[in-house]
Write a protein that binds this ligand. Structure first.
Ligand code: HDE
Length: 696
């Protein structure tokens, strides 16, 4: 990549990039001849205090850790760029939205919320989706989540909520899990959590990858144009690959098999050049329509249904560069909701108002003082000039004798600008000082019901199972009961189904009748399907495999962008029926079906006999079947001994596609077989497949 094609942020990072190439030195640049032996009085004697190299080395090591984020500690980040589709200057003065010629560098950090920095990726949790735009007018941070609503309405409840969901304070159990008493105790007593809890119990909480995850700004913000006119705006990120999730049983297993599952997927897809992409969309509401809805736009527990206000696509985000150093960049990046640029402003959403305080406050502790904006990943590409001075780790060497405004001795600099400045929307505000929740914030159930009604039947099944799992982990029956009683306000059938699963009383009569409305856009059944880009496909092989049947699958799938790996009992190579050999990509004992999206068993009677004797291989196929993944059994592959066998109607040794079950049985891996397999992978999972009897 030449310098011209690199973006402004990338070029500016050059000054801070450090490669190790010279002799080892101390931090003061003194060359060192021995870093293995301390300076001692005699070879077996005590270590001397004057060993400045040993002391510096150990002291620096002792200070390597900084506090992890109090929430969203576990994350992964990447650089990229954002390009608007059109000029939006009639809506906003934001230069980065002024037309397709303006390409803005970005840094994005995805995260889970509850777990520690070393926790597993695939826990049931909300995912953070934080975007830092390095615009020419300064940094703009859109610090969102993968769910469009939040647990609470007022930021003053945030410490309570977070204390409830985090590991319990006496024994620090459980790590990164919402399935425990304190969370559900809080939830049952705080009905404003109901809508968000529906999202958290849905498949949204276990995304297949960051690449297949939606993002939302959550709050209502404001665009303000150069004339000072405002319009309410909600932000949406839609993944180009569609929104897809894992199966809960699979997600739990991945936590052990590959705790870095989502992080690795993001890193590897960028390394492969399969750049993750999202479309940014906005829902716009004119100021005069502020009160036109049956909910309050300032209430972050509510969405604006897309059917009422459509999402207008305004640009595209592409992540195309991995960081050089996790700590320097992903750990030290500091997002802040109050980092806005001209043309973007806040509303009086009480959750957003609290965030505007919290994010700066937290960075001061986490990054050790007020100069954290000078850390390379945080530094804007826009020029910085002000009278802020000194502080811990001040890196700028400010010259000149003045650091106040106004001044004449410094030539009046830095001076006030009148162009390209951030101007707050001149909203009229009046009221009495009061601690009170607005009446318009008090409906906690209608949209929870809307969400439930909008789900496909398989999504509802997953949601009920999730409630049963989570409440089933609560020791206190009273906690379970309170939650179930509250759920009756959402849907009587839902409350009854959950009650049955967790052994508490089902509400006898419907508390609130279901209003029957739905918003189809909320269902993942309505998302984009079809792409196999970045999908992981396992082909199980052994000596005696038919090479043509492997290549017949492998080559076309790779051409479509899938990642295809051959797995055998050991690394090395397997012999093929035509006397050749195929290189094995992974040894079966190091992998698991939960790390793949689809599984193929190719032709070759001897190979299938070997696989049939291998418990790992049989388990691999059965488990993939249980997790609703597409399977293809080619030729003799259909005879793979699986105990218990897949339902007989599936394993039919005829050229036939069991479309309804997502299993293909084909005599050879010809064009028809591959086309069908590709189509099924593009559909993500076969949710109609009954898997309850499969023990894997
Ligand atoms: Fe955050 N949140 N939050 N949050 N949040 C933090 O800031 C906070 C909320 C979100 O990748 C912290 O730098 C309060 C909503 C993301 O670095 C902290 C409230 C949404 C990230 C904080 C909220 C978010 C954070 C911890 C209620 C979605 C990770 C470390 C008023 C719209 C950013 C840090 C990253 C991080 C406070 C609610 C998203 C403590 C007080 C709503 C994606 O400042």
């Amino acid at each position: 990549m030449n310098d011209e094609t690199r973006d402004a942020k990338d070029r500016r990072l050059d000054a801070d990039r450090t490669d190790s190439e010279g002799p080892l030195t101390t931090d003061t640049g003194v060359r060192v001849e021995d870093t293995d032996n301390s300076l001692t009085a005699g070879a077996r004697g005590p270590t001397l205090l004057e060993d400045f190299h040993a002391r510096e080395k150990i002291t620096h090591f002792d200070h390597e850790r900084i506090p992890e984020r109090v929430v969203h500690a576990r994350g992964a980040g990447a650089y990229g760029r954002f390009r608007p589709y059109e000029d939006l200057s009639d809506l906003t003065a934001a230069h980065f939205l002024s037309g397709p010629d303006v390409v803005t560098p970005v840094f994005v950090r995805f995260s889970t919320v509850a777990g520690s920095r070393g926790s597993a990726d695939t826990v049931r949790d909300v995912r953070g989706f934080a975007v830092k735009f390095y615009t020419e007018q300064g940094n703009y941070d859109l610090v969102g989540n993968n769910m469009p609503v939040f647990f609470i309405q007022d930021g003053i409840k945030f410490p309570d909520f977070v204390h409830a969901v985090k590991p319990e304070p006496h024994n620090e159990i459980p790590q990164a899990q919402s399935a425990h008493d304190t969370l559900w105790d809080f939830v049952g007593l705080q009905p404003e959590t109901t809508h968000m809890m529906m999202w958290l119990m849905s498949d949204r909480a276990i995304p297949r990858s960051y690449r297949t995850m939606q993002g939302f700004g959550v709050h209502t913000f404001r665009f303000v144009n150069a004339r000072g006119e405002g319009v309410f705006v909600k932000f949406h990120w839609k993944p180009m690959l569609g929104t897809h999730s894992l199966v809960w049983d699979e997600a739990q297993r991945i936590q052990g098999k590959d705790p870095d599952f989502n992080r690795r997927d993001l890193w590897e897809s960028i390394e492969r050049g399969q750049y993750p992409e999202w479309e940014l969309g906005v829902q716009l509401v004119p100021e005069e329509d502020e009160h036109a809805f049956d909910f309050d736009l300032l209430d972050a527990t509510k969405i604006i249904p897309e059917e009422e206000v459509p999402v207008r696509p305004i640009g595209r985000l592409t992540l195309d560069r991995n960081p050089d150093n996790f700590f320097a960049e992903t750990e030290q990046v500091a997002f802040h909701t109050a980092n806005v640029v001209p043309g973007i402003d806040f509303t009086n959403d009480p959750l957003l108002q609290a965030r505007n305080f919290s994010y700066l406050d937290t960075q001061l502790l986490r990054l050790g003082g007020s100069n954290f904006q000078q850390i390379p990943v945080n530094r804007p590409v826009a020029p910085v000039d002000n009278n802020q001075r000194d502080g811990f780790a001040q890196h700028r060497v400010h010259r000149g004798g003045t650091s106040y405004f106004p001044n004449s001795l410094g030539g009046g600099c830095p001076a006030m600008a009148d162009e390209g400045v951030h101007r707050h929307y001149t909203e009229k505000v009046e009221g009495r000082k009061i601690r009170e929740r607005a009446e318009s914030f008090k409906d906690h159930y209608s949209q929870a019901t809307l969400f439930y009604n909008s789900l496909a039947s398989w999504e509802r099944e997953h949601l009920v199972a999730a409630f049963r799992f989570e409440l089933g982990k609560c020791e206190e029956l009273a906690v379970r009961q309170r939650v179930v009683t509250n759920l009756d306000n959402v849907d009587h059938g839902l409350a009854s189904a959950v009650a049955e699963g967790v052994g508490v009383e089902a509400p006898e009569e419907e508390t609130t009748p279901n209003h029957g409305r739905s918003s189809p856009a909320l269902s993942q059944a309505e998302t984009t399907f079809g792409s196999v880009v970045g999908r992981q496909v396992a082909i199980l092989v052994a000596d005696g495999v038919d090479a043509a049947s492997v290549e017949g699958l492998r080559e076309p799938l790779i051409a479509e962008g899938a990642i295809v790996e051959l797995l055998a009992a050991t690394d090395g190579a397997v012999r093929t029926t035509d006397g050749g050999a195929l290189t094995v990509d992974r040894a079966l004992p190091t992998m698991s079906s939960v790390l793949y999206d689809a599984v193929a068993v190719p032709d070759g009677a001897d190979a299938v006999a070997v696989l049939s004797d291998d418990g790992l291989a049989r388990h691999f196929v059965l488990e993939a079947y249980k997790h609703h993944k597409p399977l293809v059994l080619v030729g003799a592959g259909a005879g793979l001994a699986i105990a218990p066998p897949l339902p007989e109607r599936v394993v039919t040794p005829a050229r036939r596609t069991r479309e309804e079950l997502g299993v293909i049985v084909a005599p050879e891996s010809d064009d028809i077989c591959v086309a069908e397999f590709t189509r099924l992978i593009g559909l993500h999972r076969n949710w109609d497949r009954p898997t309850g009897a499969i023990p894997a």
